[in-house]
Every structure is written in structure tokens, then in C-alpha cells.
Design a protein around this ligand. Structure first.
Ligand code: URP
Ligand code: ZN
Ligand code: ZN
Length: 495
């Protein structure tokens, strides 16, 4: 016994919660927040937050770590390196993906994945990707997963070999509804993209910028409209992942205005990067290949407006661990679509570049700088976007993303005046580039506290591999009849 009421007191900071900003100390006991108030008694450990803004630790509900693709692609980010990067960037917990390989059961698709995830330094949970909703998977394996706290499913409406047909998507929505699980969706039209890719390659247009021409906003808008409509048909809540443009966001807003349970996520890349990055000379544009594709520069501000009006209420990283060196070897695969064609200099054509950018460490500094420091959003909005809304959607409310007694003591001390230039050499991830190289940011996470322990101080990661905990996620409220179907339809087991 130390004789102290608190194991740690974070003293004298400006606290920012999802609702308000106020001055107070935080007393921590047993890894959770025990008290919030002025002039708390001394703790066994004292952390000065003078001049700092104290937010809940970030929750990144969409990142890809150590995934092993059916196409042979490997995300080169390990749980140890990815979680070190997360903590250094102010993210104390994340949700990544259990893969399903087409033609395989869930059990046969990700051997050892959960054991590898246990190497995480940050707290973690999983969404289950569904690429092949067979009766065995949907009636036996998914209920067992939900029962042990893996309560969200992820589906793709594009990509080879991951995408679902509409019939399969409906099957996933209906199963999720029965089980009280949540569904997240990658919305792009597979056939439209395939048609554009073939035409671009035929015309010899192979540079990375063609990735954007292959996937214009209309392919995202159409699939978003379809996903919202099918979710309405089944009366199943969904979140549309990584919304890149106003056209898709408007489909979500329209659904919400009609009372549908549909949410939208975006990512820093869609708020800050553009065609200009894809069009960098030579093969440099490959560093900005992600799907949906980056849009014209003017679109960034339109996406910000949808963040400001609440249509897009979660900002995730969609962190992907494909290095630039790997992309140059033209492996095809890795969330790609359309085979392994090449540019005249031997580097891969746009459609053979693995999709996705690394951003688990830069997510919050970029959001803080471009959002809070530039006056686009206030601090409570920053907290809602970076942790609190995801905690609510994904079954972690009250535990993560909250500055309330009883919540996990996951805290970030931000110096709002610190100025940094993002350099890959300073980041903790295992990837050989960042698409934000050279970006000047204002506001930086100086100290990250995970469950009452200092996990990062001044860029030095102290949390050890294996110290993160699996987050089993509690039950969602059971779906209730909405009047969209006749009485007795539910009871008859149709849905
Ligand atoms: O380009 C992206 N977004 N890659 C990651 C996979 C996905 O679509 O989430
Ligand atoms: Zn996606
Ligand atoms: Zn993703």
C-alpha cells in the first residue's frame, strides 16, 4: 500500500471531453478514472498537465495489422510496431480485422491471428470480415464470435476476391440483425471499376493517377446508395467506411434524415490529400493509392463540411501496412483489383499497386492540427471524432473515449502549441513512407497514458508488446420492429 488515495494524478490540465472543456485534475486508481475535480490529493505518481489539453485516448476503429491476404499479400505492420505507432500518436485502442478467405471457414482463414494480436501494446478488438457467407459461417461461426464479444462484421462491395454480391450482402445484414451485430461496409461498384480499369489500360494510361480515374465519385455514390437501401430493406444498422466525397456523404445524410440507422466514417487522407498527391512524378503517386480514391483538392473542404455537420462522425486511420518497396515489386493483390499490369519503366500499373496508406500514428496529430488548430472543429468535436463516437457505435461506451469515473484511464496530454514537421524517420510504424511527409502540424501528443500507465512520453514508447488487452464488446440493443414490415414478419423468422 502506498498510502495514497490515487495511483496517479494528472494535475492541472485543461480537460476536453466529448461534451465540454474544463480545468480539473484526474485521479486514477487500478487503471481506471477514480475522480475528476480540483485540488485532488497527491497521487503515488504525479503527472503535470500544466498548459496541456487532456483528451481521452484515441480509439481507431479501422486499421489493418498483420493481415495475411488470400492473394499472398502481407501487411508488413506487426501488432507490436503498429500498436507502438498508435500509442505514439495518441491512440490507446484500436479495432482491426479478422480475415475470411473465400471458400474457407472463418476458423481456417486466420490461423494464429488472435495469438499474434496478443502482442499488441494498445488495447484491441476485431471486426470479422465476411467474404463468403455460407450457412456454416453465418449460422454456426458468426453466432459463436458474437457471443465472445466480436460484435461487428465488415464487408466489401468491391475488390478481388473479397467482394460480396448483393444477395450475399443481404444475407450478412439479415444475420447481423438476428444476432444484434453491427455491419461496416466498403462501398464501391465492382463492375464499374473493372470496366474503367480495362479502358484505362487499353489506352495506355498506367500511372498512379489513373487509380482515381478508375474509381470516380459516382462508383462510390452508387454503392453507398445501394448499401443504405439494402440496410433499410433489412432494417439493420450500418456504418459506411472511409467516405471520400460529398456525393457519398449526401447518400448517408439522406438516409439519416429519413430515420435510418446509418453512420459514416472518413479518414485524414480524405480531409487533406488529393489528386495532387496521386499525380506526383514517376512512381511517387503510388504512396497515395487508397480506395476509395483521393479526390480533387476542392473535395477536402466538402468532406470537412460533412464532418462539421455530423454526417461523418468518426475519423479512423484505415492504416495499411504495404511498404513502398513492396509496391514497386508489383505484387498485384493487397486490396487491389484487376491483375498485375506494368508501366513502361517496369513499375506496376495503377491497378497492381496494393491499396491503402499507413496512418495509425499520424491520424490524431493531423486531425488535431488541421481540425482544432486551424479552427475547423472544436475540442469536443475532436474527441467525438477520435474516440467517443466509435466507442458508442462499437460497444465500448463508458469504457473508452470517456473522461468519467469508471472509464479506463486512457489519456492523452496534448501540447496545443507544439509545432512539428511529419517525417517518416520519426514515426514508429514499420512502413517506409508516410503520405504526409513534410506536413507542418501544430499540436502534438506529448504523453499517452494507457489504463493508468505512461505508455509514451516525448516520443519514447514505454508500453511493452503483449501489454494490450483484448476488448470483448458488450451486447447491442436488440433490433426492434420499425413498422417497415407487416406484423408477424419478424416473428415468422423471415428476418
Ligand atoms: O485502400 C484501402 N482503403 N485499403 C484498405 C482496405 C480497405 O478498403 O479498407
Ligand atoms: Zn475499405
Ligand atoms: Zn480498411
Amino acid at each position: 500500500m502506498s498510502g495514497h488515495e490515487f495511483d496517479m494524478v494528472v494535475r492541472g490540465g485543461t480537460l476536453a471531453s466529448a461534451a465540454e472543456v474544463f480545468e480539473a485534475d484526474i485521479g486514477i486508481r487500478g487503471g481506471t478514472i477514480a475522480a475528476i475535480g480540483r485540488d485532488l490529493p497527491r497521487g503515488a505518481e504525479e503527472v503535470s498537465a500544466k498548459g496541456m489539453i487532456v483528451t481521452p485516448g484515441g480509439l481507431d476503429p479501422h486499421c489493418h495489422l498483420e493481415e495475411l491476404g488470400q492473394d499472398g499479400s502481407v501487411h508488413e505492420e506487426s501488432f507490436s510496431s503498429g500498436s507502438a505507432a498508435a500509442l505514439a500518436g495518441g491512440t490507446t485502442s484500436f479495432i482491426c480485422f479478422l480475415p475470411q478467405w473465400k471458400g474457407h471457414t472463418l476458423a481456417a482463414s486466420a490461423p494464429g491471428y488472435e495469438t499474434r494480436a496478443a502482442q499488441s501494446r494498445a488495447d484491441y478488438s476485431f471486426h470479422q470480415i465476411i467474404t463468403d457467407p455460407t450457412p456454416e459461417v453465418m449460422q454456426r461461426e458468426v453466432p459463436a464470435l458474437v457471443a465472445r464479444g466480436i460484435r461487428s462484421l465488415k464487408v466489401f462491395l468491391t475488390y478481388d476476391p473479397l467482394r460480396l454480391t448483393d444477395a450475399e450482402f443481404i444475407e450478412v445484414l439479415a444475420t447481423a440483425r438476428r444476432l444484434g451485430a453491427f455491419v461496416t461496409v466498403h462501398c464501391e461498384n465492382y463492375d464499374a471499376i473493372g470496366w474503367r480499369i480495362a479502358a484505362l489500360l487499353k489506352a495506355g494510361l498506367t500511372d498512379p493517377i489513373s487509380h482515381a480515374w478508375a474509381r470516380p465519385p459516382v462508383v462510390e455514390r452508387e454503392a453507398t446508395h445501394r448499401a443504405v437501401a439494402l440496410a433499410e430493406l433489412v432494417d439493420q444498422p450500418i456504418q459506411v467506411f472511409h467516405v471520400s466525397c460529398e456525393e457519398a456523404a449526401a447518400e448517408i445524410a439522406r438516409g439519416r434524415a429519413r430515420g435510418l440507422k446509418v453512420w459514416g466514417e472518413t479518414c485524414p487522407q480524405y480531409l487533406t490529400l488529393s489528386h495532387d498527391d496521386l499525380a506526383r512524378p514517376g512512381f511517387e503517386g503510388a504512396k497515395a493509392v487508397c480506395s476509395p480514391a483521393l479526390r480533387e483538392k476542392a473535395e477536402n473542404e466538402r468532406v470537412w463540411r460533412r464532418v462539421q455537420d455530423g454526417t461523418l462522425d468518426v475519423v479512423s486511420s484505415d492504416h495499411c501496412g504495404f511498404s513502398f518497396a513492396t509496391a514497386k515489386r508489383a505484387p498485384g493483390g493487397g486490396y487491389g483489383q484487376g491483375g498485375a499490369s506494368a508501366r513502361p519503366d517496369g513499375t506496376p500499373a495503377f491497378n497492381a499497386i496494393p491499396n491503402g496508406a499507413p496512418g495509425i500514428e499520424t491520424r490524431l496529430p493531423v486531425l488535431f492540427s488541421e481540425g482544432v488548430s486551424k479552427g475547423r472543429i472544436d475540442l469536443p468535436t475532436f474527441v467525438r471524432l477520435s474516440s467517443a463516437n466509435a466507442a458508442k457505435l462499437f460497444g465500448l461506451a463508458g469504457r473508452k473515449g470517456s473522461l468519467m469515473p469508471g472509464a479506463d484511464a486512457d489519456l492523452v496530454l496534448w501540447d496545443p502549441d507544439a509545432e512539428r514537421t511529419i517525417r517518416n524517420a520519426d514515426l514508429h510504424h514499420a512502413i517506409d513512407y508516410t503520405p504526409w511527409e513534410g506536413l507542418a502540424v501544430k499540436g502534438w501528443p506529448m504523453v499517452t497514458i494507457r489504463r493508468g500507465e505512461i505508455a509514451v512520453r516525448d516520443g519514447q514508447v514505454l508500453a511493452q508488446p503483449g501489454s494490450g488487452r483484448f476488448l470483448a464488446r458488450g451486447p447491442y440493443a436488440l433490433a426492434t420492429p420499425t413498422g417497415r414490415v407487416p406484423d408477424g414478419f419478424d416473428a415468422a423468422g423471415v428476418l
